[in-house]
Design a protein around this ligand. Structure first.
Ligand code: AMP
Ligand code: MN
Ligand code: MN
Ligand code: MN
Length: 289
């Protein structure tokens, strides 16, 4: 019934630059039929997105992207089709947001020592009262003319070993899967090819994820190559994981990652949406004509 799915996107509720409403409108214009809003560590944008989706004739899947620490590295889990107001999910995400607040101040202090003043205040202003991400620091440094582009800010200041890097613990894999399941959602490992793990390390992650009843793998991602689609489809099949597809759209300024341009899942993948009952939303669509 539906063909065009995009199950990974960001709004101003985390580090995207479009409001939830503007994001949904852009997705609908790009031909997306089913969109998941998956902001980092918050579901604060979902209500606005759901409301906008009704007037655009698009199905909005409530989601979240949870920051996880696994094996001394950061891994992201996308939670899909969940209750955005579940109290157990929110209590878990609140811990991550508290850590983010402290981390943002600490990044500011460290950048200050490195000779860049006002970065915390700058990032906070760009976050406009929503959670602060490293992306906001990157944008601030670019807008202040200190660094040419966001990628370079990460490389020079924000990644491990660089002056503004703050190590810390996010959720455990077990906690994150537990919170997503508590909210009735499906847990999906986001952009698996982005972690630069060896094949055996990735399979170790997948094995643990499956043991924790994890549900799926993001086979098609805006940051994956064609080879990645094929490899990740094989891993999904080997571990009997469902397959997801999401652009990871953050902003219109990045021409490489746009809504509604994803290829179909490779043959043999079981789509994560296969068990979803989208008929309630479909009824609404037909009522709207
Ligand atoms: P945080 O969750 O606050 O640590 O920020 C992570 C976010 O930063 C990711 O979701 C990306 O949107 C962005 N990001 C991470 N690495 C890079 C990079 N090398 N260049 C540009 N953006 C990045
Ligand atoms: Mn992001
Ligand atoms: Mn991510
Ligand atoms: Mn993302």
């Amino acid at each position: 019934m539906f063909c065009v799915y995009d199950l990974h996107s960001h709004s101003t509720a985390s580090d995207g630059t479009l409001s939830p409403r503007a994001l949904v409108q852009r997705a609908a214009e790009a031909g997306v039929e089913v969109l998941a809003l998956t902001d980092h560590d918050t579901t604060a944008g979902i209500d606005e997105a759901s409301e906008a989706a009704q007037s655009c004739g698009l199905v909005l899947i409530p989601g979240v992207e949870v920051s996880v620490s696994w094996n001394r590295q950061t891994v992201h889990l996308v939670g899909l089709n969940l209750d955005p107001h579940d109290s157990r999910l929110d209590a878990g995400l609140q811990k991550l947001r508290d850590f983010r607040e402290w981390r943002a101040e600490e990044i500011g202090r460290r950048l200050d020592k490195a000779g860049i003043s006002g970065a915390y205040e700058g990032a906070l202003a760009l976050a406009e009262g929503c959670l602060v991400s490293r992306t906001h620091f990157a944008r601030f440094l670019v807008q202040s003319g200190i660094v040419e582009d966001e990628r370079k800010v990460f490389k020079r200041f924000l990644v491990s070993g660089k002056p503004g890097h703050v190590p810390g613990e996010w959720a455990s894999l077990e906690e994150a899967v537990g919170w997503i399941h508590a909210a009735g959602g499906q847990a999906v490992i986001a952009h698996p090819a982005r972690y630069r793990m060896t094949r055996s390390k990735l399979r170790q992650l997948l094995k643990q994820f499956v043991a924790l009843q994890g549900d799926g793998l993001e086979v098609v991602s805006g940051s994956h190559s064609r080879d990645d689609y094929v490899n990740m489809a094989k891993h999904a099949r080997d571990f009997d994981l469902l397959a997801s597809a999401g652009s990871d759209f953050h902003c219109p300024e990045n021409p490489w990652i746009e809504l509604g341009r994803l290829p179909r899942l490779p043959e043999g993948c079981k789509p994560v949406w296969q068990s979803w009952n989208l008929s309630a939303q479909t009824d609404l669509r037909s009522q709207l004509g």
